[in-house]
Write a protein that binds this ligand. Structure first.
Ligand code: BEZ
Length: 371
């Protein structure tokens, strides 16, 4: 009897004169970025209309990657540099992406009337099922920054069966204590809302260095036509409840989690504390050197690398998908085992990846990425 064999059919595209296969691949990726402009949708939810943009097409048996941005940003200003970086293309071609804009943050959003009751972060988390139902998507890998990381965590606590993994950048799971409130009020006496939001997003060192990136984001935020809406999202962030994570307790994230924070970034202590409260067998902690407050903007290549290992650990990226670039990059990533947040020096990722084991994507590790 003839044996049936699964064959992989790949489309052969002729190379142009003088074009190497690498150049052809890069041209194809560039074309994909240019052609996929995303489809923007809005859904009505109990907390108002929510806008989101979908890139790529749904892949059978794969979760969608769903992103949620931080205060002062929208999905583009928060995630475009990461999702349009070269190495990321190899990953995202395997996933449909849903980029949520918090209400009133979408491009061209009208300013809410004075007295508008903006949703709390918990209520924003409760709008996510409406989005997934509209799209008929059953599970996600969430990628969130700051307030977005909090919202995705709250969603995961309430709907754990639908969350396969979480990448949480700059998460602060704690409500503000009275000391934080006093400091916040004092700062508010001397600083404008845009400056307070910038100090939430970037380190003092970055702000005083006033690089092009800082100038760009200062300009975006201070001249935002929807600044009143941004202030409402900021207030919801500052009024967040405690997520009450408890290691070994009932309130914890059950899925694989990759915590990310910049070394010396504003939320470093909060993320370290969060790491100590989550299940160490499910949590990887990536502390990125020289990346400032927004690693997804300043170090998209390094973050992509870690994301790839995270997905590999979840069984989504075959190690054969490791590119030339990722193999060479691992040389600059170092990994250290983590026990209850304490660190001890361990192996380098390049050794692990070459020996074919799952490296940093395997939960329960601390990685320090030096650039
Ligand atoms: C994406 O391909 O997922 C993407 C493209 C532009 C901005 C953000 C994300």
């Amino acid at each position: 009897m003839t044996e049936l064999q699964e064959v992989q059919i790949t489309e052969e595209k002729p190379l142009l004169p003088g074009q190497t296969p690498e150049m052809a691949k890069e041209a194809e990726l560039a074309a994909r970025i240019l052609l996929d402009r995303g489809q923007t949708h809005s859904v009505e939810t109990p907390y108002g209309s929510v806008t989101f943009t979908v890139y790529g097409t749904p892949k059978p048996k794969r979760p969608a990657i769903l992103t949620y941005h931080d205060v002062g940003l929208n999905y583009k200003s928060c995630f475009q540099p990461l999702f349009q970086s070269g190495d990321m293309q190899e990953i995202i071609q395997n996933f449909v992406r849903v980029h949520v804009d918090a209400p009133g943050m979408e491009e061209g959003a009208p300013v809410y009337p004075v007295g508008y009751q903006y949703p709390s972060l918990d209520q924003l988390a409760d709008t996510i099922p409406c989005i997934l139902q509209y799209l008929n998507f059953s599970s996600i890998i969430g990628v969130g920054v700051g307030a977005g990381a909090y919202i995705l965590s709250r969603y995961a606590l309430n709907h754990q069966d639908t969350v396969e993994g979480l990448v949480l950048i700059n998460i602060d799971p704690n409500a503000k204590g009275w000391m934080d409130w006093a400091a916040h009020k004092l700062t508010g006496l001397t600083s404008s809302i845009p400056e307070m939001i910038l100090a939430h997003l970037f380190s003092q060192e970055e702000l005083s260095g006033n690089s092009e990136l800082i100038q760009k984001y200062r300009n975006i935020i201070s001249h935002a036509p929807n600044l009143e809406n941004i202030e409402l999202y900021w207030n919801s962030y500052n009024n967040r409840r405690d997520l009450n994570f408890e290691r070994g307790g009932d309130i914890t994230l059950k899925c694989p989690v990759m915590l990310v924070v910049g070394d010396q970034a504003p939320h470093e202590d909060a993320v370290v504390e969060c790491n100590s409260k989550l299940d160490p067998t499910q949590t990887s902690f990536l502390k990125m050197a020289d990346s400032g407050g927004q690693p997804q903007l300043t170090q998209p290549g390094k973050l992509t690398e870690a994301f790839k290992y995270f997905l590999q650990g979840m069984g989504y990226m075959a190690s054969s998908c490791m590119t030339r670039l990722s193999r060479s990059r691992t040389a600059s990533l170092t990994s250290a085992a983590s026990i209850d947040g304490s660190r001890s020096r361990a192996r380098t990722l390049s050794q692990s990846s070459e020996s074919g084991t799952l490296p940093s994507g395997t939960p329960g590790h601390t990685m320090e990425v030096s650039c």
